[in-house]
Design a binder for this molecule. Sequence first.
Ligand code: 6PG
Length: 510
Amino acid sequence: MSEPQPPQPAEQTAAATAAAGRPTQEGTPVAPEQAVGAAQVGVIGLAVMGSNLARNLARHGHTVALYNRTRARTDALVEEHGHEGTFVTTGELDEFVGTLERPRRVIIMVQAGAGTDAVIDALLPHLEQGDIVVDGGNAHFEDTRRREARLREHGLHFVGAGISGGEVGALEGPSIMPGGSRESYEALGPILEDISAKVDGEPCCAYMGPDGAGHFVKMVHNGIEYADMQFIGEAYDLLRAAGLGTTDVAEVFRTWNTGDLESYLIEITAEVLEQVDARTDRPLVDVIEDAAGQKGTGRWTVQSALELGVPVNTIGESVFARATSSHPELREAARQALTGPDRTLEPADREQFVEQVRQALWSAKVVAYAQGLDQIRTASEAYGWDVDVAAVARIWRDGCIIRARLLERIRSEYAAHQLVTLLEAPSVREELARTQEGWRQVVAAAVTAGVPVPGFSAALAYVDSLRAERLPAALVQGQRDYFGAHTYRRTDDEGSFHTLWSGDRSEVRV
Ligand code: 6PG
């Protein structure tokens, strides 16, 4: 995570002062009538994400206009954090808009859905040609496409910007995935790049493409996040089944975090596992109900993948695993009815088993990235976005929830090669050749012991399906032709064919 640049209060004060025609005091909130046209950016919606983003902008020396439906939030923000930069506090939307320099840059940080449309409706009458409205929430990319088209008719730019990194990221440097017109990026990009995380000085923010591209990329980011979390859960479950205590597993994750698997999610996993419940003195993870929730971005990823016809089975399994966990009645009925192995894993060499689980985790993770990036590439073609996959990997290297050492490798592979799939990238395929033996052993051991590994096994099935010379899809085509005359194509001839199954079973060209 990058350090925020020191604020430049002198400059901000000068801007506000010039507009106001009177001296302002550093750290003192500026009243709207004293800052007409002086704020570089405005933030609407000051819940935690919005507040933190506004503070991040102010800390980087931008004068930030603030608006929240209830004024108390705005006041609380400046009271607590006003000293971090220059804020213009407003209580009415027209006032808010009036404080912004042209073209206006308005960032909406409200809960995705109807709230965003309501804010846009209220804003519209106050905006003018060329102004830029940014939606920084987790909006569905189709909503973003709709909103972009609507605002374009009014001569306005609508930017759907995926912002990842949670509350801390919003404050200290998130990964930002903006979509919309290129022209709007000229005016907006420098500010967003400024407040984003940095890797060796490179911002974790880049233009993703027109209309819904940014929110699409963020959606897939979340899909990969779901898969990554599921794999980590499976690794934990396997290590526990092999007899490691929770603290030992935490230690394993800590060690893994010093190598190829280094990532934010592995780091926080160790911390969660180390947490002891004050009430019971047991590991907290043992007293948390084992029912995983979701707000829906993982589900959207899979829904979109189904429509695009892109196989993202690891993300699908992770969404279904959460659903399975959240059906207590179903689980209870099955638990009573079904028998099977008792989850005991007794590896001959525990250390070797831990290494095999690491290999399975790394391999599955690579597959999830391969699938997510394939989905982005396919959507980019379908929607005409021209998304640069190397840029996606580049801006995911820090700030976001799935930030990981692996992303630098992915970035450089995409930058150096034209890849159909990440799995063919030289360093990835070499590593997969090394890790696959351990990965297979782990899946086999898990299946034998009755430990569910939907993520690890889906990833492996994907790899084996792609590797196969021939797939049983040929038989499926034969069946479809049998009952529905759906026709098939031959390996040795052009065109479509049908066998007269209920007749003399001769073949006709159709
Ligand atoms: C991020 C996160 C963030 C969030 C999602 C997913 O990138 O900062 O992905 O967007 O945690 O809301 O949460 P669910 O697991 O609830 O779907």
